[in-house]
Design a protein around this ligand. Structure first.
Ligand code: PNS
Length: 161
């Protein structure tokens, strides 16, 4: 049986922290589905199509990873695709409350999906898409924090403004 895992998120944009979690997940599972959702609680900086494109390009060297657009309920999406495991990265205690709430809520509405948490590497524990966006907008060098494809998107955006 193919063991599939989903790495869901808004990936606005994908960072080296996300890539590390996805890479490590791909060593454990046969197939990893990176699912890019719109998060209604967030005003997205990059449109969904751009977030998907950046994720695809930055993950293209990992053969058992696919990037898809997420729609509807995460647990329903997982059920339709035969995915039994959701992997979420945890950076610090501050992530725990939000992630715990989502995992418990997903458990409450569906029993077919397990949420597993993977600790980020210490060097990524400070990294977040929000901080990276703020730094990039203010002209700081974030090239160590995001893949080249995201740097390119930041440059294109800066050139337009
Ligand atoms: O990277 P994010 O924004 O923290 O990811 C949040 C995401 C996309 C995983 C969450 O909003 C989600 O699961 N969305 C799908 C819709 C859904 O099932 N919502 C209920 C979550 S309990």
């Amino acid at each position: 049986m193919t063991k599939k895992a989903m790495c869901p998120g808004s990936f606005d944009p994908i960072t080296c922290g996300h890539i590390d979690i996805i890479t490590r997940t791909a060593r454990i599972f046969d197939e990893v589905i990176v699912t890019v959702f719109d998060n209604p609680n967030k005003d997205h900086f990059f449109p969904c199509a751009d977030r998907i494109r950046m994720a695809r390009r930055s993950l293209k060297s990992i053969p058992n990873v696919v990037v898809e657009k997420g729609e509807g309920l995460l647990v329903e999406y997982a059920r339709k695709r035969g995915i039994g495991v959701v992997i979420k990265g945890l950076r610090a205690v501050s992530d725990f409350e939000y992630e715990f709430q989502m995992a418990q809520m997903n458990r409450a509405i569906a029993n077919h999906v397990e949420t597993l948490f993977m600790m980020t590497r210490p060097e990524h524990s400070y990294l977040s898409s929000s901080i990276v966006k703020e730094l990039a907008e203010l002209g700081a060098d974030v090239s160590e924090m995001v893949p080249a494809e995201v740097m390119e998107a930041f440059r294109e955006r800066a050139a337009k403004t």
